[in-house]
Ligand binder design. Structure first.
Ligand code: DP6
Length: 344
């Protein structure tokens, strides 16, 4: 429950980004997915949103690092309106949200996932709603992938016969995870920080009339079944196979769409070829995946952290490859922290 001291409530929501192993690409209706997706919740790449709330008349102000920005701002306002419509008690407050990301812009980490998860969780806390399903449902309406950032470690979004409690409206925990995959690492290889040439909204739209859409949605379901079995058994081969095919299918959909987009760069492919050959030769428990951009995520077993980081650092320091690195690890979903005492 949010605490008011002298008429003011001050709290922060820390919400992580996530990286999808099974991709959400294609949506229908009110931001409902065309296939289930499965992601790993990150730890260090997150949005920290401070909420300052006073009794007022329903004024909502959204700031990014202290200033108003067009773009994310309007998405944030839309989410506020949706939540206030369902919980009109919120309209008795004036709310200022100041958000910042702990990761650089253009790093290939989805800021809308962490940003919308933080916003949904914070606004719902004001209405005394902490049920993760409800938080995830509203986060989804802000940005599809955001609904998965509410949950720890691995989250699944979208109705699947394999998880009876799954839904298209919100994400849920994937709890049957073998020790092999607990606290998995994610080494992010940033080969380009340029703005994406296609927004994810435009990308999803491509799937509405894509010649391979129907088959893609079926394959995503088949891949999910293989991945869930692999996660349960501790089967790295299974995970590598599915995870890499999913990344390449996402990019194939973009390349063969109308219009067509090429989001990989020569550096992306160069890296993938080097990585696969090193991984296979040294039997490293690691797989690459890609978001809708050129940067690469190397997902790896916790026990492989040193080997993966040493190889990447060497690759870059010997100037064989130009990139920046960010190291992350699977962790907890969105958390709310009361700041009112710190303020006194
Ligand atoms: C490639 O969640 O950013 O990252 O619902 O339009 O906000 P909107 O799209 P978004 O799409 C994410 C696409 C993806 C794959 C994934 O995260 O599953």
């Amino acid at each position: 429950m949010v605490r008011f001291t002298k008429g003011v409530a001050l709290f922060e929501v820390s919400a992580p980004s996530n990286i999808a192993l099974i991709k959400y690409w294609g949506k229908t209706g009110n931001q409902l997915p065309c296939n289930p997706s499965l992601s790993m919740t990150l730890t260090h790449a997150k949005t920290l949103s401070q909420f300052k709330v006073q009794i007022g008349s329903g004024k909502f102000t959204f700031l990014l690092e202290g200033s108003e920005r067009i773009g994310f701002d309007s998405k944030a306002h839309r989410l506020w309106e949706k939540i206030a419509e369902s919980y009109p008690a919120l309209l008795k407050y004036d709310v200022v949200v100041d958000s910042r990301n702990t990761f650089p812009h253009g790093a290939g980490i989805a800021s809308s996932a962490s940003g919308m998860a933080a916003l949904a969780q914070g606004l719902l806390a004001l209405a005394d709603v902490t049920d993760k399903k409800v938080v995830s449902d509203f986060a989804r309406q802000g940005s599809g992938s955001a609904c998965r950032s509410v949950f720890d470690q691995f989250a699944l979004w979208g109705k699947s016969e394999h998880l009876p409690h799954s839904s298209d409206l919100y994400a849920c925990d994937v709890s049957n995870i073998h020790a092999e995959f607990v606290n998995m690492g994610d080494a992010i290889v940033i080969v380009s920080s340029r703005e994406k040439s296609v927004s994810s909204t435009a990308g999803h739209e491509l799937m509405n009339h894509h010649p391979y859409a129907k088959r893609r949605f079926e394959v995503a379901r088949e891949n999910l079944a293989i991945l869930l079995a692999a996660l349960e058994k501790g089967d790295w081969e299974g995970l590598i196979d599915v995870c890499e095919r999913e990344a390449l299918e996402l990019h194939s959909m973009m390349m063969t769409g109308r219009p067509s987009y090429t989001l990989m760069t020569p550096a992306t492919l160069d890296f993938i070829i080097r990585f696969r050959s090193w991984r296979d030769e040294n039997k490293v428990k690691a797989a690459f995946t890609l978001d809708a951009g050129p940067n690469i995520h190397v997902l790896h077993a916790h026990s492989e952290k040193e080997r993966v980081e040493a190889w990447l650092n060497e690759l870059i320091s010997e100037k064989k490859f130009e990139a920046r690195l960010l190291f992350d690890v699977a962790g907890l979903g969105a958390q709310t922290i009361d700041l009112s005492e710190a303020q006194q």
